[in-house]
Design a protein around this ligand. Sequence first.
Ligand code: FES
Length: 203
Amino acid sequence: MILPLFWVVLILLWENVTVRFSPMNLSEETLKKIDDVIPRYPEKRSAALMVIHLIQEELGAVDLEASEWIAEKLELQPINIRELITFYPMLRETAWGETHVRVCRTLPCALRGSYATCKKFEDKLGVKEGHVSDDGKFSIEFMECLADCGEGPVVMVGDQTYEKIEEADAEKMSDLMLKNKLLNSKKYVSYEKAVDSVQSSKS
Ligand code: FES
C-alpha cells in the first residue's frame, strides 16, 4: 500500500523530532533505572538526587540540558535541580577527565602530607587541582574526607581507593597512570581490589 504523501512527511517529521529531543543520548538501561526509581518515592521531587546521580554516572556531569530534562520529568523548575547540583560537591555541571584523581585534604591526611601528594600529581599529570587537562585525560580534585582517615594520605583514582600515598608514591602512580598501567600494578593495589582478592581466596 502506498502511503499518502502527507503521512510520509508527518512520520519523517515525527522521527526527526523524536531524535532531536531524545534525552541526552542516555542509554536504555539508565532510562529504565530512572523510570524505576521515581515511583519508589512518595513525591516525584524526592527522586531528584537519585535521578541526578544516575545521569552523572553515565554522562559524567549534569549540564543545563540535563537539568531541564530532569525538572520536566519530576514536575519541577530547572532551578530546583541546578541548586542541588551546585550545592553538593560530588555533583558536576561539567565532566571531569577520563581519569579523575581525588586527594583528601582534611586534617588527618593533611598532617600526613596530602598537600605534597596533591602537588606531585599536579606536576606529573600537568593539571591543576579543580581542573581538567587540555587533552581531557586527567583531572584532579583536592577534596574533603574520603572516609578512610586512619590510612592517609588517601587518594582515589576513579572509583579505586589507595592508602598511604605520599609524595614519592604520587610520582610513581602518575608514571603508571600516564602509561595506563596503574590498575595492573602490583605495588599499588587499591583497597577495593585487595578486598576482592581476599574474598575470592576464601570462596
Ligand atoms: S581525613 Fe583523609 S580520608 Fe578522612
